[in-house]
Write a protein that binds this ligand. Sequence first.
Ligand code: GLC
Ligand code: CA
Length: 514
Amino acid sequence: MSKWLDNAVFYEIYPQSFNDTNADGIGDFQGIIEKLDYIKELGCNAIWINPCFLSPFGDAGYDVADYCRVAPRYGTNEDLKRVFEEAHKRDMHVLLDLVPGHTSVEHPWFKESMKADRNEFTDRYVWTNNVWEAPEGMGSLRGISERDGACAINFFSNQPALNYGFYQPDPEKPWQQSFDDEGPQATLAAMEDVMRFWLNMGCDGFRVDMAGSLVKNDQEGKGTIRLWQQVRKFLDAEFPDAAMVSEWGEPDKSLQGGFHMDFLLHFGPSHYNDLFRCDEPFFSKRGKGDISEFVETYKTNYNKTAQKGLICIPSGNHDMDRLARRLQGDELKIAFAFLLSMPGAPFIYYGDEIGMRYVEGLKSVEGGYNRTGSRSPMQWDDSTNAGFSSAPASDLYITMDPGKDRPTAKAQMADPDSLYHEVKKLIQIRQSSKALLSRGTIEFVYAEKNQYPLAYVREAEGEKVLVIINPSDKEQSFPYSAELKDALYTIGGKAESKDGTITIPAQSAGFYHI
Ligand code: GLC
Ligand code: CA
């Protein structure tokens, strides 16, 4: 079972914006290959690439037109295979993005499915029986097909929902199928073929888009859990080493479904936003944030899932504001001290390691809308277009951060005090301590409502590390008895332990053996 997740630190690559090697203004596979050494040097040993398949790009590639063919703008299938090979040469692993919930309207399956005459794809999507009946509680596509019916959509209106059935089909609505019916089973079999195709080519697993909403009218997720359990059987039989990471946001459910790891995200009940992305984030030095609800829900999830699988906390992703939109300077370093000392594999969104900013005021690109500002081209150096591309600036996929003081990888690599070096150091420390790796246990020792600091103990194989995180600009203390032995890491000064109280300086963090 994908042992490598135990010490994985991921780097998320949004391929369009990472590195362009043929001057068309869009990143490509060759660009990824050329930067694998950069990623490796940072300390990351795994990457997740956002969807890179044939697509009309109404949602940046989350609207697939052919699951088994890459988009020509990134290169060829052979080039992607080379990405796997080059990554493997460097002991790195690659996750592709599987989008099983919907396709684009241009997918041949959908075109067939729109035909009035019954064919192999008639039941591939969720259709009602007449155009005047919209599927309840879901948006739908209507009036675009010869077929008489409304097709449910899964996200944007150009993303028709693939049919995995309904949890408890309504007998009054004969078009609602059950997961066990032929149509939904054929959809799943087709998706398994897609997985088989890429796993055979050398990919190491998938990040699965919207994994928790495949079966419809399934409030508690029971139908969707069952679906993924079926996938697990297929993987156990054919690809036992494939790693499966879900965009679900409810680890107790996704891990039951056989995923190895689930994201906590900006949606769902996780309180993830309390950390970095609300008016008063916990990691702001103003010290007005609250970590307690995040910790409470984390504990609940952790207790339900600890022996079964992992929970991962990303620095950001292509759907949310950049970490640096609300945090600056040491706040970012302290945020990374937290991200890189929590259980589960950390995910670093490209550019977050250098504090890339959210680019304000951009027009939407490829269905990005407010997300566009977090998807601007990677800033490598001080050459043309920050080294991202030699195309004219007007041809770039998304406008670069126009700031003269925009951070670059090159400048930060040359500056030992930079965020880049802090992140690199934190990854090294994590990788050298069993307790800090993915599977070390966690016990929160201080996480009080509206209080600072946050403290927890990570433990594995007899090694115990006390992590203390104080983003606030005031010295803080909390009751805890422990002898602080050697410090694995500190920023902003050392904590002191005296008479059952630990005191930690303003804007500081530390990892101590106890
Ligand atoms: C996920 C993706 C997001 C996409 C959506 C629809 O949330 O991360 O970018 O728009 O699914 O596929
Ligand atoms: Ca290119």
